[in-house]
Design a protein around this ligand. Structure first.
Ligand SMILES: Cc1ncc(COP(=O)(O)O)c(C=O)c1O
Length: 326
């Protein structure tokens, strides 16, 4: 978002209501206007029809989060954005290895971002990556992640130009923009390189786990009608069909007692619009237009799907889930 601000200035950015907090905070912090969209219950990602409705001539970008391993793209959306010259930014933090039209997610947008926080498909403990095939974005992001320093651009010609432009500055310390310190370190890199080698193999296991989970879970109690094509989930979505808070609370108690770790609200704790940091924005929101994400907010959960999870454990988890009265 900081790079987009330097390259394009102002505008509206269409953002999901079900995502991690940083996707919206980065938009606000860079003085873009966030435009919120409800989700498609089949993939938990932004609803295609709502995106199309909310785009206008101020829209600079659509910031699509591929939620918990699901693909949020469609041919219709991609061609619509292309036609309207609107940038696509992909958040693939929760969907490393997932595909659309047999092509990896994160390769469709102008910029995509991946998290290597340890809860995800691969880890460097903390850290992440930004991907782009646009040279100007690449150079700018490199500069921004390292205090805004010109020498980090990876472009010797550009660096020379800056040294010439600012002759009174020390050539090694030309700070072009108010940047950040988002550098990873050698230890993180060493871990990440090795994790990357395991990613495809581990993702095959995750896909198998996920299919077994969907097969065993009781579809009269939990949603199973997801668009699974190309998906690669590090989590099992456990979305209650019922809207009964008392039963939901009991459901949570049973899971805690059975030592099944879970998170309510799926990606990032549910509807971001219900969080205090967005209270000023929420005043203008008609929550009736956000019924799908609100269902996830109160009745959506996920539990971990990791490569070493055994079939027996998945069977046991499903047996417990299926036995709960909802
Ligand atoms: C969709 C999404 N985007 C961004 C992030 C932030 O990643 P990090 O914790 O590496 O900053 C997360 C983290 O869980 C996420 O799930």
């Amino acid at each position: 978002m900081a790079a987009l601000k330097l390259l394009y200035g102002k505008g509206e950015i269409v953002v999901p209501t079900l995502t991690w907090v940083s996707d919206i905070v980065s938009v606000i912090q860079n003085n873009f206007k966030p435009v919120f969209v409800d989700i498609n219950p089949k993939n938990l990602c932004m609803s295609e029809s709502q995106i199309i409705k909310k785009v206008n001539n101020k829209t600079l970008a659509v910031f699509m989060t591929h939620v918990q391993g699901f693909n949020g793209l469609s041919d219709k959306l991609i061609s619509f954005l292309k036609k309207r010259k609107i940038l696509l930014i992909e958040d693939v933090c929760e969907s490393h290895g997932a595909t659309f039209n047999n092509k990896k997610l994160g390769t469709f947008g102008k910029i995509s971002n991946f998290s290597f926080y340890y809860a995800h498909h691969m880890s460097t403990i903390e850290g992440g990556a930004v991907c782009t095939n646009d040279k100007s974005v690449y150079e700018l992001v490199r500069i921004l992640r390292s205090h805004g320093m010109a020498r980090e651009s990876d472009n010797a010609k550009f660096e020379k130009k800056m040294i010439k432009k600012y002759p009174k500055l020390s050539p090694q310390f030309i700070f072009l923009y108010p940047g950040y310190n988002f550098r990873n370190n050698e230890i993180g890199a060493a871990i990440g390189i090795n994790q990357l080698k395991l990613l495809n193999k581990n993702n095959i296991k995750r896909r198998k786990n996920f299919n077994l989970f969907l097969k065993l879970i009781d579809r009269s109690k939990y949603r199973t009608d997801f668009d699974v094509k190309g998906s690669c989930n590090y989590a099992f979505p456990v979305i209650l069909k019922t809207k009964n808070i008392k039963r939901r609370n009991k459901f949570e108690k049973i899971l805690l007692r059975q030592k099944i770790e879970f998170r309510r609200g799926n990606a990032g704790g549910g509807n971001q619009l219900r969080q205090p940091y967005l209270k000023e924005f929420a005043k203008k929101i008609n929550f009736k237009n956000f019924s799908e994400v609100d269902h996830i907010h109160s009745f959506g959960y996920y539990i971990g799907n990791y490569p070493s999870l055994t079939k027996n454990k998945i069977r046991k988890i499903c047996k417990i889930l299926n036995s709960i009265k909802l």
